[in-house]
Each structure stands twice: as structure tokens, then as C-alpha cells.
Design a protein around this ligand. Structure first.
Ligand SMILES: Nc1ncnc2c1ncn2[C@@H]1O[C@H](COP(=O)(O)OP(=O)(O)O)[C@@H](O)[C@H]1O
Ligand SMILES: [Mg+2]
Length: 275
């Protein structure tokens, strides 16, 4: 099992889109068993994979909020929530693509679990109890480094940092990387490594993006951080899929946006072969 989190403190950089498309491609086109965990209370990954109606049904009985030990006061049972009760199997009719949906309540995770010992390791101990033996667990994180993403860091083997190659999204990058390094030291049993930086929403016909990519590649090379060769172009074929609660892989399977995610997945899988 390889666990990968998509992290960046910036919003709107393609974390959710990348987690969903990459997860869907790994399951549908490479036959892997994939679990996507939506750790963002904004529930964007959830609603890219199931309908609002479907989410309304599961939201009170099994979401990542329950997995992380919230809502305990509501239930009179003292028994711990079973992670398997929160897993929705074969979402979007893609066999092998499972989802743990998010919940708006997750916003209050830090408050609810303050003083709870081992609160950064709850997801890790829960993931040991899944009935299925997943090949990949893909975690979509909110744009911060609070308790939910800290749980993601503890359980992850790798993080991928999506970056839009503009001046402003890129200036926070060294800060993010330093924060992750210091969290890694502080969090119990955290072995996470930065797999690489991926460039998303790239405007192909502007020089600015090209220059930014070149200079970010150089700077990160120096720091020993990999930048993926495959870049994801900005295209409406990607952004319009969300309105159908489906990955672009299903809505626009032959678009160049999806094609670039396919190439990205091949580059990703190559990383693991080399190890
Ligand atoms: N390659 C792309 N081309 C065009 N729009 C994109 C692309 N990737 C993401 N988007 C859109 O940009 C917005 C932010 O993307 P999202 O994946 O939700 O970012 P994050 O999770 O980092 O906040 C969404 O509306 C999404 O549909
Ligand atoms: Mg998101």
C-alpha cells in the first residue's frame, strides 16, 4: 500500500482535481485498488465522485469525521467507529475506486480533539483496519496544515505538492516545505517524504508560466526536490467535469487535460518502479 497526500497551503492549485483524476486513472486504467480520502471540509473531492443526494444520505452515518473520532458525543456507543462503515465502494461505477467522503463538521476537528492524546495518528490506526488491501490511498487535503492534514502526513508515504506556476502561488513553496520538514520531526512515527512538485493549470501560451516553471525546476533541483516532467495544462475540459459529479476521465476521456493526467500517472508509477 502506497499512501500519497496532495498538500499545499494555497487553495485553487489543483489538489482536489489531481487527487480525483489520478485516483480514477489508477483504478480504471491500471486496475489498482484505490481509496480516495477527502480530508477537506469543503467536500470538493467527495462531490466530484458522488452526487449531492448520495452525500446527504451518508453524511450523518459515515464520513471521515466519524473515522477521525468526531461525533462521539452523539452516539451512545462507546465502541470505536469502524472505518469500513465510511467506505463507499466503486464510486462512479469504476471498479476498485473507493471513497471516504468528507463532512463540513471537519472544520471543528481541532477544537473537538484538543487534548485527545495521539490525535495526529487516528487516521493511521484506522487505516490499518480496512478490509480491503489497497494498492494506493490518495488523500485530498485542505489548504492548511491543521490536525486533519497532520493526520494525513503521519499516515502518508509521500506528498505531492501541486503548484500553479505563477509568482504568488510559488512564493509560499519554500515555507510549505520547511513547515512539512519540521512537522515530520515533531509528529509521532511520521516517515513522509516529498515525492515531488507538480505543475497544474499551466497556461501554455504564456511565457510567464514557462519562465516560472524553469526557475522553480532549477531552485528545487538545488534543494533536492523532484519536479515532475509532466505538466497539467489549464483547460475547461477539466473544470467542467465537476458539475457532473464525475472525474473528467469519464466526462471528457480523450481531452488533452485527461491525457496529461494519464502521462502524469505513468511518470508517477515509474517513480515507484525505480525504488
Ligand atoms: N487543469 C485545469 N484546468 C482548468 N481548471 C482547473 C484545472 N485544474 C483545476 N481546475 C479548476 O480550478 C479550481 C481549483 O481546483 P481544485 O482542484 O479544486 O484546487 P484545490 O483543491 O487546490 O483548491 C476548480 O474550479 C477546478 O475545476
Ligand atoms: Mg481542494
Amino acid at each position: 500500500m502506497i499512501t500519497i497526500s496532495f498538500i499545499n497551503m494555497k487553495g485553487g492549485v489543483g489538489k482536489t482535481t489531481s487527487a480525483v483524476e489520478i485516483g480514477a486513472i489508477l483504478a480504471k486504467e491500471h486496475d489498482y485498488d484505490v481509496l480516495i480520502i477527502d480530508l477537506d471540509p469543503q467536500t470538493n473531492a467527495t462531490l466530484s465522485l458522488i452526487s449531492l443526494q448520495e452525500w446527504e444520505i451518508v453524511k450523518d452515518t459515515g464520513t471521515v469525521a466519524d473515522v477521525l473520532g468526531m461525533n462521539k458525543g452523539i452516539s451512545s456507543r462507546e465502541v470505536e467507529f469502524d472505518i469500513n462503515d465510511a467506505i463507499i465502494e466503486d464510486v462512479c461505477d469504476i471498479s476498485g475506486l473507493d471513497l471516504i467522503p468528507s463532512h463540513l463538521e471537519l472544520t471543528f476537528l481541532d477544537l473537538d480533539l484538543s487534548g485527545h492524546p495521539g490525535r495526529e495518528s487516528i487516521l493511521q490506526s484506522q487505516l490499518e483496519k480496512t478490509e480491503k488491501d489497497y494498492d494506493f490511498v490518495i488523500i485530498d487535503c485542505p489548504p492548511n496544515l491543521t490536525l486533519a492534514p497532520q493526520n494525513a502526513l503521519v499516515v502518508s508515504d509521500y506528498i505531492i505538492v501541486p503548484v500553479v506556476p505563477e509568482i504568488f502561488p510559488a512564493i509560499g513553496l519554500p515555507l510549505l516545505i520547511n513547515r512539512i520538514k519540521s512537522l515530520k520531526k515533531r509528529l509521532p512515527n511520521c516517515e513522509v517524504d516529498i515525492l515531488g512538485i507538480m505543475f497544474t493549470k499551466v497556461k501554455r501560451n504564456t511565457n510567464l508560466h514557462k519562465q516560472q516553471i524553469d526557475s522553480l525546476r532549477k531552485a528545487n533541483d538545488k534543494d533536492g526536490i523532484y519536479t515532475f516532467q509532466t505538466i497539467i495544462p489549464e483547460t475547461v475540459r477539466i473544470s467542467e467535469a465537476i458539475s457532473e459529479s464525475k472525474p473528467a476521465l469519464l466526462v471528457n476521456p480523450n481531452s488533452d487535460g485527461v491525457e496529461s493526467y494519464r502521462t502524469f500517472v505513468n511518470e508517477l508509477l515509474l517513480q515507484f518502479e525505480e525504488e
